[in-house]
Ligand binder design. Structure first.
Ligand code: KE4
Length: 437
C-alpha cells in the first residue's frame, strides 16, 4: 500500500479548510505549495511517528518544525501538561514555573543572564530587535538573506522558510518605512557585513543571525564566520543577536553558541523550550534585559506569556533532554539519516549535499556545496518534490519544502532509521525517474 493512494480524507478536510482559512492552513509552509499535492491532515503523533486522517503512518522528521525533541506525546510531557491543566492553564499573573524554566535556560546558556518569555519566535525576534535598538540608540539592523526570524515587518526582508518556499519577493503590506533600516548580507559573507558597517558608521544597532541556518535548508556557518560577526559587532559598538529559535536545545544543550563558543549579546529561543506548546523567549546580557518594562522603559507584553501550562511542558521537556548522552544520541540519529541520504543518492547517481548537527539534518539536490541562499536556491527543487512524495508514499514525512531542515527526536529508533533508509533508496531513484503524469 502506498500512502499516496490514501489521501481522500485529507483531500476532503483540505477542501473544507480552504473555505474558512486562507490556503486551508494556519501557517503557509504546511500547504504543500513547495512540493505539490494534498497536505496531509494529521490526527495523532506517538513517539517518532505521526498518523494522518487516512490512517497512513509516517516516520516524522518535521517534529512540529523542530519543537518535539522528545518525539510526540512523550509521557513526561503529557503528565506535566495534564497535571497543570487540572490546576489552571493561565493566570495572567506571575508563577514560580516561569522562574523554574528561566533558571534552566540560564544554566544552559552562559550568555543568557536574564530571560523574558513570549509565545512565538516571531515575538522573540521582534522584541529582541526593539531591545537592541533601545540599548544602542541606533536604528539599523543587519540580517542575512535566507535567514528567517518570524514575520515581524522589519525582518520580512529576503527571508527564508515559507517566503523562500513560496518564492515570494517579500510581503505586500510591509511599508518601505518598516524595512528602511533593515540591511541584508549573504550568509557566510563577512566582507559584506564589514562593508555595511563601513557604509553606516555608528548606525547599526545589531546583526541578527541564525547561527546555524535552518530556513534555507540546513546551511552551516563557514569556519570563522560567527567569530567574525562577534568581532565586527564589538568593534563597531553593535549587538550580536543569535536567533536560536530552531537551534536552541536542538543542536546541543547549550545551542549553537555552545558549539561555536560565541557569546551573543541577545539570544532568541522557541520550539524545544515549549515541548510543543507555545513558548518562546529572548534573553541575554543583564544590562540589556533590565531595560525591559517594568524594570526599564522598553515595552513588550503578552497575555499568555509564561502561562503555566506551557511552562510545565517546557520544564518537563528540558528536564528529559538534560539527561546525559541525549545530544550524542540526537547527533548519531541525524548522522544516520544523512548517511542513508548519501548512500541512496550515490546508488541513484543523484548529486547531493548533506549536513547534520545535533538533532538537525538536511540535504540539497545539488552538485555544488550550499553555503548561502543563492546556492540553496540553485538546488533542484523539482527533484526535491519528487523525492518528498516518494518518501511520503513509503511512510516517511519530511518538511514539504527544499528550504527547511529535518529533525530527529530521542525516540527515533532503529526501526524508524531502517524504514527511512529503504524509503530514501526509492526516493532518490524517483528524483531522476520521469515525473508521474
Ligand atoms: P514562530 O513565530 O513561527 O514561532 O518562530 C519564527 C522563527 C524564528 N526564528 C527561527 C530561526 C525560526 O526557524 C522560526 C520559525 N521556523 C519555521 C520553520 N522553518 C516555522 C514553521 C512555520 O512557519 O510554519
Amino acid at each position: 500500500m502506498t500512502a499516496a493512494a490514501h489521501d481522500r480524507e485529507s483531500a476532503r478536510l483540505f477542501a473544507e479548510a480552504q473555505e474558512v482559512m486562507p490556503g486551508g492552513v494556519s501557517s503557509p509552509v504546511r500547504a504543500f505549495r513547495g512540493v505539490g499535492g494534498t497536505p496531509r491532515f494529521m490526527v495523532e503523533g506517538r513517539g517518532a511517528r505521526i498518523t494522518d486522517a487516512d490512517g497512513n503512518r509516517f516516520v516524522d522528521y518535521v517534529m512540529s518544525w523542530g519543537a518535539l525533541a522528545l518525539g510526540h506525546a512523550h509521557p513526561a510531557v503529557v503528565e506535566a501538561i495534564t497535571r497543570q491543566a487540572g490546576r489552571g492553564t493561565s493566570f495572567g499573573a506571575p508563577t514560580a514555573l516561569e522562574t523554574a524554566l528561566a533558571k534552566r535556560i540560564i544554566a544552559a546558556l552562559p550568555a543568557v543572564e536574564m530571560v523574558r518569555f513570549v509565545s512565538s519566535g516571531t515575538e522573540a525576534s521582534m522584541s529582541a530587535l526593539r531591545l537592541a535598538r533601545a540599548g544602542t540608540g541606533r536604528n539599523k539592523i543587519v540580517k542575512f538573506t535566507g535567514c528567517y526570524h518570524g514575520h515581524a515587518d522589519a525582518l520580512l526582508v529576503q527571508a527564508g522558510s515559507g517566503i523562500a518556499t513560496l518564492s515570494l519577493p517579500d510581503s505586500p503590506g510591509v511599508p518601505p518605512s518598516a524595512v528602511a533600516d533593515t540591511l541584508t548580507a549573504p550568509f557566510n559573507d563577512l566582507a559584506a557585513v564589514a562593508e555595511l558597517f563601513d557604509r553606516h558608521p555608528g548606525e547599526i544597532a545589531a546583526v541578527t543571525v541564525e547561527p546555524i541556518a535552518g530556513n534555507m535548508g540546513l546551511v552551516l556557518p563557514a569556519p570563522g564566520f560567527l567569530r567574525g560577526l562577534r568581532e565586527l559587532t564589538r568593534k563597531h559598538g553593535a549587538l550580536l543577536i543569535f536567533d536560536e529559535v530552531m537551534t536552541g536545545f536542538r543542536v546541543a544543550w547549550g545551542g549553537a553558541q555552545l558549539i561555536y563558543g560565541i557569546d551573543p549579546d541577545l539570544t532568541c529561543l522557541g520550539k524545544v523550550i515549549g515541548g510543543g506548546l507555545p513558548v518562546a523567549a529572548y534573553g541575554g546580557r543583564r544590562d540589556l534585559m533590565e531595560q525591559l518594562a517594568p524594570a526599564g522603559k522598553v515595552y513588550q507584553a503578552g497575555t499568555l506569556s509564561g502561562n503555566p501550562l506551557a511552562m510545565a511542558a517546557g520544564i518537563a521537556t528540558l528536564d528529559e533532554l538534560s539527561r546525559p548522552g541525549t545530544y550524542d544520541r540526537l547527533g548519531a540519529l541525524s548522522a544516520a539519516v544523512v548517511e542513508s541520504v548519501r548512500s541512496a543518492a550515490a546508488k541513484a547517481q543523484v548529486p547531493v549535499q548533506t549536513a547534520s548537527v545535533g538533532g538537525m539534518w538536511g540535504f540539497f539536490l545539488s552538485t555544488m556545496p550550499v553555503t548561502d541562499y543563492a546556492s540553496a536556491r540553485a538546488s533542484d527543487a523539482a527533484g526535491f518534490a519528487r523525492c518528498f512524495h516518494a518518501l511520503l508514499d513509503r511512510g516517511v514525512y519530511i518538511a514539504p519544502s527544499a528550504f527547511e531542515a529535518g529533525f530527529v527526536s530521542t525516540v527515533h529508533d532503529e526501526a524508524a532509521l531502517e524504514e527511512t533508509r529503504v524509503a530514501f533508496e526509492h526516493a532518490m531513484a524517483a528524483v531522476t525517474a520521469p515525473s508521474r503524469t
